[in-house]
Ligand binder design. Structure first.
Ligand code: NAD
Length: 248
């Protein structure tokens, strides 16, 4: 990719592993300064790149996105340290799967608090900074199941469907301040989240993907880069499935 993000500063939540790590690595490689919001310190030995100059552009802040006060403190730190926020990627997310009758209230609430309220918290705090600078890009990471639904994932699917309505509403609210808000809906991407699946489940997933392969974090990261770049200057409020055709 040839985008030049040298002057850009932003946030990737849950950027320490999986899809978020792929996004963080690519954005820093393209020159951006990336603040990673994560719940626990990075796993020992986490390397974003072999190039130390690229690693030095990545700053980890311990933040639980479901806690508004923690998010606000982290945004204040970025504002005073770097002065601006050009992009926010809401990638942090969890699953607590079960059939409805076996799903605990706690598992419903935890998934909603991290996946959906977490995006509310970061958008509320970061959009204030973006509004004052009259520019910004917000990219929410949803899921195809936010559109299709999935048995055993009613909490997760509802949180991701909620993110679609949230994305479209913010696109309308913030458009006049030149803040663009879009959502990427990944399909089946190889990370710890999908490593929980059995061989059989994995095979049946891949059989149903028109491109006949699972995705990699970099497949999502490249689309995030597009939404941060000037190539998407006239695109807002959109849901883009990046899923090898799985949701067709
Ligand atoms: N892997 C897939 O196939 C797939 C498909 C569709 C959507 N997604 C979405 O993509 C995103 C990333 O998924 P992944 O597969 O990389 O998952 P992952 O489990 O590998 O990584 C999730 C990240 O979120 C962070 N996180 C969790 N709770 C947090 C909290 N309270 N505060 C801050 N950070 C927190 C974790 O520390 C981790 O870094 C999620 O939103 C997920 O729903 C993934």
């Amino acid at each position: 990719m040839s985008y030049d993000f040298n002057s850009k500063i932003g946030i990737v939540t849950g950027g320490g592993k999986g899809i978020g790590k792929g996004i963080t690595s690519l954005l820093a490689t393209l020159g951006a300064k990336v603040y990673v919001f994560g719940r626990s310190s990075l796993a020992e030995g986490t390397q974003f790149s072999d190039d130390e100059e690229i690693n030095n552009r990545i700053i980890y802040i311990n933040v639980d996105v479901s806690d508004f006060n923690e998010v606000q403190l982290a945004i204040d730190k970025i504002k005073s340290e770097s002065g601006r926020i050009d992009f926010l990627v809401n990638n942090a997310g969890i699953t607590k799967d079960n059939l409805l009758l076996r799903m605990s209230e706690t598992d419903w609430d935890t998934v909603m608090n991290i996946n959906l309220k977490g995006a509310f918290n970061t958008c509320k705090a970061a959009s204030k900074v973006m509004m004052s600078q009259r520019s910004g890009r917000i990219i929410n990471i949803g899921s195809i199941v936010g559109t299709t639904g999935n048995a055993g994932q009613s909490n997760y699917s509802a949180s991701k469907a909620g993110m679609i309505g949230f994305t479209k509403s913010l696109a309308k609210e913030l458009g006049s301040r030149n803040i663009l808000v879009n959502l990427i809906a990944p399909g089946f991407i190889e990370t710890d989240m999908t490593a929980k699946l059995s061989e059989e489940q994995l095979k049946s997933f891949v059989d149903n993907i028109p491109l006949k392969r699972s995705g990699l974090p970099v497949d999502i990261a490249k689309v995030v880069a597009f939404f941060i770049s000037d190539d998407s200057n006239y695109v807002t409020g959109q849901v883009l499935h990046v899923d090898g055709g799985l949701a067709i």
